[in-house]
Design a protein around this ligand. Structure first.
Ligand code: ADP
Length: 585
């Protein structure tokens, strides 16, 4: 039986609750004051929507937030600051905004007035409050502190620069008490409280001065801050839309009480801006230097940096790919050039060898003559020794001398053959310090016989004290033999013979000189102009390569090969080589 009664009671309570519409209201000046202030609103709702049971639940800020969080309310009436926090945290939505018909801008009426005792030299600007104690009703009050905090922060006076923030608690008139008792140097009042207190005779009209005062325009009270929209009437996320619609309609048709009524919901973005500036409430994360906070606060910069980074990466990748492609191209070009150079070198070597073989062909009679001498000497030795033995003589000393003579002559022949082979063999150029006089002396025997056969005198005018040149012996011999052969070819049989071919060495200004002067046909201008061109020849059997090869050889030594026609007939071919100390150019 008792159980049945309890169940009935619970059921009745549940039915009653189901019909109840709970309106939470911020009771910043105590429950009674809140109930009194919003009684006309609740009365309007009860009258127009009698099927619902509206109850007013005055709560402090924390209690209001907790009740909203738990979904224990259907509607909430609070100051713009808390509203923005509840909107961000719990999806609370405004249905109407309180307006005051007394104001020219009825909906913008929340702001602050900062006051100081009206003494000579009192603070006038927010900057003057640095180092002072400021009395506020509560540190989390909207019109009582945060509104002024924003103005001070924008004036460069952060709360950290104040000597103290003195919290007086409600009612707000206690801020005045704190100033009168000297507990604080300045105080923050909501707009119009100063005027209300003066009207009520609780504050003398000239007792306080306003700090940071700004033009109020049509607003009837003195101001230290910009104005924000008044309190909103808001619904919770879970409140039924039909009920919200009915409540809104009822609020908007409510007759003003004491000049205050509900109007269409206002724009609270200015309140958001305040929270964002102060990095509090829903924007508190901005004060933490978390990655998220940084990204949220500076996303345009991050986006720009990311774009720059992306551009840079693309640029680097592009440059790298270009460099890689160019490197491949260059490597290929270098390989091709090396191959071409190698082919050219081979070709040059073959050509030089060919040329040397050519000279050798022309020298064949010289060589035969050269070899003839040791061979004849060997024959002489051998015949002498044979006769000696046939005569029955047994003097071994004579025979030993003969054998030695034979060996010596054989060695001489071997030297000639070695030189010829060395001259013809294909080889790499080898530079060494050379005495040009010695080279001339050693080369001439290969040529002397040919000149002698034609009865052309060969004269040497050697310097005898030349500095060495850094050169390849075989190549210089090749040049000299070529010049001598050309001189011989140019010298006709006849009277001019007697003047012969003159080989001169001397130390000139430009280097060591080697000149081959003949008294032959000379150099007509058309011949002199083309002398060094490959394949230019005036000889029936000529190839026209000799002088062009000679010039290449001389220039590869850093020297010069020139030809000049002589006034008294004949020509002079002149080789100039740099001394060994100088680097070849
Ligand atoms: P080649 O001897 O096969 O003709 P060269 O290049 O040695 O080729 O000589 C080219 C030409 O230069 C010769 O045909 C000749 O007309 C001319 N020449 C060279 N040396 C002399 C010289 N000492 N006097 C006159 N003409 C010369």
């Amino acid at each position: 039986m008792r159980l049945l009664i309890v169940l009935c009671c619970l059921l009745a309570a549940a039915v009653a609750r189901a019909d109840e519409v709970r309106i939470g209201v911020l009771a910043y000046q105590g429950s009674e004051r809140a109930a009194r202030d919003f009684e006309p609103t609740v009365a309007q709702l009860r009258r127009t929507l009698p099927e619902h049971r509206f109850t007013l639940q005055p709560l402090d800020a924390a209690g209001l937030a907790a009740a909203v969080g738990r979904g224990e309310l259907d509607f909430v009436v609070t100051n713009p600051g808390y509203y923005v926090e509840l909107e961000s945290a719990h999806g609370v939505t405004r249905l109407a905004t309180l307006e005051s018909r007394e104001h020219a801008v009825p909906t913008d009426s929340v702001g602050s007035t900062v006051v100081v005792p009206n003494r000579p030299g009192h603070a006038e600007r927010f900057e003057d409050l640095a180092g002072r104690r400021v009395a506020v009703v509560a540190a989390d009050a909207f019109g009582g502190w945060r509104v002024v905090w924003r103005e001070m922060a924008e004036a460069g006076v952060e709360p950290t620069r104040l000597a103290a923030l003195v919290e007086t608690g409600f009612p707000m008139e206690r801020v005045i008490d704190a100033l009168r008792t000297g507990r604080a140097d300045a105080g923050v009042l909501r707009t119009c409280l100063l005027e209300e207190l003066i009207a009520a005779g609780r504050v003398r009209a000239d007792e306080f001065a306003v700090v940071g005062e700004r033009p109020a325009g049509a607003f009837p009270c003195r101001l230290s801050s910009r104005l924000y929209p008044d309190w909103p009437f808001a619904r919770l996320a879970g409140t039924s839309p039909d009920l919200a619609k009915a409540v809104t309609a009822s609020l908007l048709t409510m007759a003003p009480v004491d000049g205050r009524a509900w109007t269409a919901p206002q724009d609270y973005s200015s309140v958001h801006a305040l929270f964002r500036t102060l990095k509090i409430g829903p924007y508190e994360y901005l004060s933490h230097t978390t990655l998220r906070g940084l990204v949220a606060g500076y996303w345009p910069w991050f986006a720009a940096a990311a774009a720059a980074l992306a551009w840079w990466l693309v640029h680097v990748a592009r440059v790298e790919s270009l460099v890689r492609r160019r490197t491949v191209e260059l490597t290929r070009e270098i390989q091709e050039r090396e191959k071409a150079e190698q082919a050219a070198r081979l070709h040059r070597e073959q050509r030089d060898q060919f040329s040397r073989l050519g000279i050798l062909g022309e020298m064949a009679s010289n060589i035969a003559h050269e070899l003839n001498q040791p061979l004849a000497a060997i024959t002489n030795y051998a015949e002498g020794m044979t006769r000696y033995i046939d005569a029955g003589r047994t003097d071994t000393a004579f025979l030993r001398d003969g054998a030695r003579g034979i060996a010596g002559q054989a060695e001489r022949a071997a030297v000639i053959i070695r030189r010829i082979r060395g001259f013809v063999r294909r080889r790499d150029a080898r530079r060494e310090p050379l005495d040009l006089d010695l080279v001339v002396r050693e080369t001439l025997p290969l040529f002397a016989h040919a000149a002698a056969r034609r009865g052309i005198p060969l004269l040497l005018r050697l310097d005898g004290a030349l500095p060495p040149v850094q050169a390849d012996r075989i190549e210089i011999e090749q040049v000299l033999l070529n010049l001598l052969q050309n001189a011989l070819d140019a010298t006709p049989d006849g009277v001019a013979h007697e003047r012969g071919i003159v080989v001169t060495t001397a130390q000139g200004v430009a280097g060591v000189e080697l000149a081959v002067r003949d008294h032959g046909s000379g150099l007509p201008p058309e011949v002199q102009a083309r002398l060094f061109d490959p394949f230019f020849t005036t000889k029936p059997q000529g190839l026209g390569l000799g002088l062009s090869i000679c010039r290449t050889i001389v220039e590869s030594h850093g020297g010069r090969l020139t030809a000049s026609a002589e006034a008294d007939g004949g020509a002079t071919m002149r080789v100039v080589l740099p001394p060994a100390t100088e680097e070849p150019r």
